[in-house]
Design a protein around this ligand. Sequence first.
Ligand SMILES: Cc1ncc(C[n+]2csc(CCOP(=O)(O)OP(=O)(O)O)c2C)c(N)n1
Ligand code: SF4
Length: 503
Amino acid sequence: MANESVISVLDPEIKPEPNNDGYESVHSRSPLFYDLYERKSELKHQTHYCPGCGHGVAHKLIAEALQELGLQDKTIFVSPVGCSVFAYYYFDVGNVQVAHGRAPASATGIKRSCPDKIVISYQGDGDLAAIGTAEIVHAANRGEKITVFFVNNGIYGMTGGQMAPTTLVGQKSTTSPWGRRPSNEGFPLHMPELIATLEAPAYIERVALSDNKNIMKARRAIRKALEIQRDGAGFSFVEILSPCPTIWGKDPVEARRWVLEKMTPTFPLNVFRDRRPEIPIGNEPPQRPVADVLEITPKAEANDKPQNAHHFKDVKIKIAGFGGQGVLLLGQLLIEMGMREGLEVSWLPSYGPEMRSGSAHCHVCLSKERIGSPLVSRPDVLVAMNEFSLRKFAPEVASGGIILYSGASLPADFVAPGVQVFAIPAAEIADRLGSTKAANIVMMGALLEETECLAPGTAFRVLQDKVKKLDLLEIDRQALSAGRLFIDDQAHVGAVSQPDGFA
Ligand SMILES: Cc1ncc(C[n+]2csc(CCOP(=O)(O)OP(=O)(O)O)c2C)c(N)n1
Ligand code: SF4
């Protein structure tokens, strides 16, 4: 990676030294961590975490426990959003990064599909107790056999110190500059106590990274939580009170003291649950393949698969325009067609908070092989439904690629060297057919004709299944043909060309 550098870590061979407070200082790296951590060159001398941050200590304790229990090769770490996300740069285990608050839901899916793995959900307090409150409560209530490490530093660290559900009464934050007031912001949430009201969890403890004694207790709790999962005993949850010196505006030593003196009175350290729940086993429902349930297999095989030989390995398409132009729908139609033709497909939408008339785009991959990432940063084909999208995304198009622009002609000053550009009056064509809304289908016809990536027959069958109103289906059918015809009749005789003459 051009702009990235790495920092090396301490030699794992260095032996522990005795310390005069009775504990051993361990200046070694757990083999559970990567040998090298990737960092930007200007930050290569430090980890992602601020000096004195509790995440580093929590990482170390988890790494040690996994190593001692011999679980490295079986572990899948789920890290969501917040400073906790950086875990995947450090733990040499399976790593999955998920959306804000969704780690328990993703961990549930992973554990259920890979029951022999050790699945860890590692979450901050903003992540787990604010945006993710529902996920954690329901995962705990279902008794999912996962382990949750809940790193509570009483604040949103990553985003600069907004109030979290666990912010202490009176504690100042950027969104409670007067200090948290129960009358306005409510009291701090006590997650272990809350989860301990549920039947299913097996083990719930709160620990603190405040001083050596408590860090040793945290170490034991973390190990125990993992042992419980290893033994298939149920849901285990450890809240870890953790310093965030940077946002608290304290030095690392003060911050650790603050955990003990200010946080533990509100969040008492305790084992809230340590038992093996008795969850009655019901009748297992019959397992059926997803394709059977969705009833898509016979259709795909019978009608569509043999239609197209697919002369490509993969095609990456970006479709962009305004909300309401059918940008996302066009992407969905393409992947539905791809699936029916037996291709691997992905569709990644992106739109602003206001769907209608806000800008919207989606990434579509059609491939003969498994797709590594649904993100399309160098599209082979750009479908630009307006001038803004044309100008914004044209520079991304791969050399030798194609731009299909919905417009009667290209803007006079527009150039895209090395790329084939077609201006298609899709809105006018669709208008003449009876609905401007069908402009996206005109563009689909043009795309299929120019790239031959999918069979027009498949397109029509997909439309038949998706468009319920017969009059609209007829307009779409004509729009599809019109788009193909336009490319055939006009584009190929040079009616649309770029100012540099590249047609
Ligand atoms: C859906 C979504 N909403 C909001 C954000 C912005 N965001 C990023 S991190 C964060 C808070 C993280 O706080 P916490 O879980 O306490 O973790 P910490 O950084 O303190 O370890 C927020 C709100 C986001 N990335 N995604
Ligand atoms: S902002 Fe806080 S939680 Fe995030 S790395 Fe720094 S000290 Fe740790």
